[in-house]
Design a protein around this ligand. Structure first.
Ligand code: LFR
Length: 485
């Protein structure tokens, strides 16, 4: 049958990738063509994006894609909340700040005091996190905002450079803390109350929107011709959730596992109840009008920073960590002390254990095990909370993304949650990005997106070792290591 090719650009916490996806016969094949480092650049006491350096890598990746033949479409995704400002001539105004920048210290507290938690949460349904775009804008110098004509989220900024369209794709708009999930529009009253000029916020478009053709300068630079720019779900987590390989409509939760663990369910509607607010749950937009009701839980970030500090052989380290007994120390990984980068990360973990009167992990394997035990414990608590808030039992946990490669964390998560963990696909974000583009172009032949994911991925199931803590649904018994076609 006919096949089509699409390019996904994923700018992730530690690396960026340009990947080529080929869709044919209801299956997707993904090949990463170009990989380059990403991460904040420490400068002037702050942390910023190397946005022009990334753009150069994107152009290079697109050139490589063009050398393979016709590319139907391209789309960009990245993490949420960060943005660039353009002046009236479409020039980027100054730097693009990274959400882990210390410029945000104390800002959220001030805005919450000014606007009131009630009005913020009941309008946006977004978890209070210090880096939401709402708070980042409050940290801007007024002169810079006054000079700006438009705000573009980072993927939207790259789409603008690719094709000239100024639009905000919905899934990422929904993360800003400036968006009303009930109206599907910007939360204008809150925007006014926060003193943000309305004109800064562009029109909101759906994932799958054709934004236009490549600009002549991009065509010249890359050699690509006839390629459309199609917005995927530009929020990386939304792309990953789109690629959760679930068959069923409900009864499952997901963890989008990487630098963060985004733990949630797909809900038909936003949930802005007191219970949701007490749990500090977030309501982000998903595909097809769904809501990603989820919570940001710490992910592999702590381990990644420890890794930077140790420079160790991680395969051996994980093997040693796996051999340690259960029941070791655990700490609250969502404590704000773990947000900022730093090679003192192991010491922060030790301090958290010491302060709570527990044995202090000493060796790298002990520290890694302690972190993973803590993450698994936290995921279990959040699942229980989600069940309580939605009133819907969660029988199965799908773990997608880079973190789903970690057998030890998968096993610990199955044990801590008492639910079977189905792990994979590892490249969920790229897959979700590519399939939204393919679907928008009419290249999935009417197949359900998640069925294409299942058909294209190898999945692994981890059953809780203590046996099911809850009655499994009929027909769901799977064993450790089973590969689901
Ligand atoms: C994951 C993610 C989360 C978002 C965080 C910050 O990569 O996009 O969903 O809360 O990064 O933007």
């Amino acid at each position: 049958g006919a096949s089509t090719r699409h390019v996904a650009i994923d700018l992730g916490a530690s690396s960026g990738r340009v990947a080529l996806g080929t869709v044919s016969g209801g299956r997707l094949e993904v090949e990463v063509l170009h990989r380059f480092p990403n991460g904040g650049v420490p400068v002037s006491g702050g942390l910023q994006w190397d946005i022009l350096g990334l753009w150069r890598e994107v152009l290079h990746g697109l050139t490589l894609a063009g050398q393979r033949g016709v590319v139907a479409s391209v789309g960009v995704n990245s993490w949420a909340v960060d943005y660039g400002l353009l002046d009236a001539h479409g020039e980027l105004l100054g730097g693009v700040h990274h959400y882990r920048s210390p410029r945000l210290d104390g800002v959220m507290e001030r805005v919450r005091a000014d606007l009131g938690d009630d009005s913020i949460y009941s309008t946006t349904g977004i978890q209070f996190l210090p880096f939401n775009t709402l708070y980042q804008l409050a940290a801007e110098r007024p002169e810079r905002l006054a000079e700006a004509e438009v705000l573009l989220m980072v993927p939207d900024l790259l789409h603008f450079w690719l094709c000239g369209a100024k639009a905000t794709e919905r899934t990422n708009a929904s993360t800003t803390g400036l968006y009303d999930p009930r109206t599907g529009d910007w939360a204008w009253a809150l925007v006014d109350a926060a003193g943000i000029p309305r004109a800064l916020l562009p029109r909101i478009v759906e994932p799958g929107t054709d934004l236009g053709e490549l600009r002549p300068d991009v065509v010249r630079e890359t050699g690509l011709t006839g390629t459309r720019v199609i917005a995927p779900a530009t929020h990386d987590t939304a792309s990953a959730v789109a690629a959760v390989p679930a068959r069923e409509e409900g009864g499952w939760a997901y963890v989008s596992s990487g630098t963060w663990s985004l733990v949630g369910v797909e809900s038909p509607r936003p949930v802005l109840t007191d219970a949701a607010r007490n749990m500090n749950l977030t309501n982000e937009a998903g595909l097809g009008g769904t809501t990603r009701l989820l919570k940001n839980v710490m992910g592999l970030w702590i381990v990644q920073e420890c890794r930077r500090a140790w420079n160790a052989d991680f395969a051996a380290l994980y093997a040693d960590a796996a051999a340690l007994p259960t029941g070791g120390p655990v700490f609250d990984p969502d404590d704000a002390r773990f947000l900022a980068p730093g090679t003192d990360m192991p010491a922060r973990v030790q301090a958290a254990c010491r302060e709570t009167g527990q044995p202090v992990p000493q060796t790298p394997p002990e520290i890694v095990r302690c972190v993973l035990d803590s993450l698994a414990r936290r995921i279990a608590d959040v699942l229980d909370g989600l069940e309580a808030v939605t009133g819907t039992p969660i029988d199965t946990l799908y773990v997608v993304g880079g973190g789903s490669q970690g057998d030890l964390l998968n096993r610990l998560t199955a044990d801590a949650t008492g639910r079977p963990v189905i792990a994979g696909p590892v490249e969920a974000t790229l897959i979700g990005n590519l399939l939204v583009q393919a679907q928008a172009g009419g290249h999935l032949g009417g197949a359900r997106l998640r069925d294409v994911v299942r058909a294209s991925s190898e999945l692994q199931t981890f059953t809780p070792s203590s046996g099911p803590a809850r009655a499994p649904r009929a027909g769901k018994g799977q064993t450790v290591g089973e590969v689901i076609p």
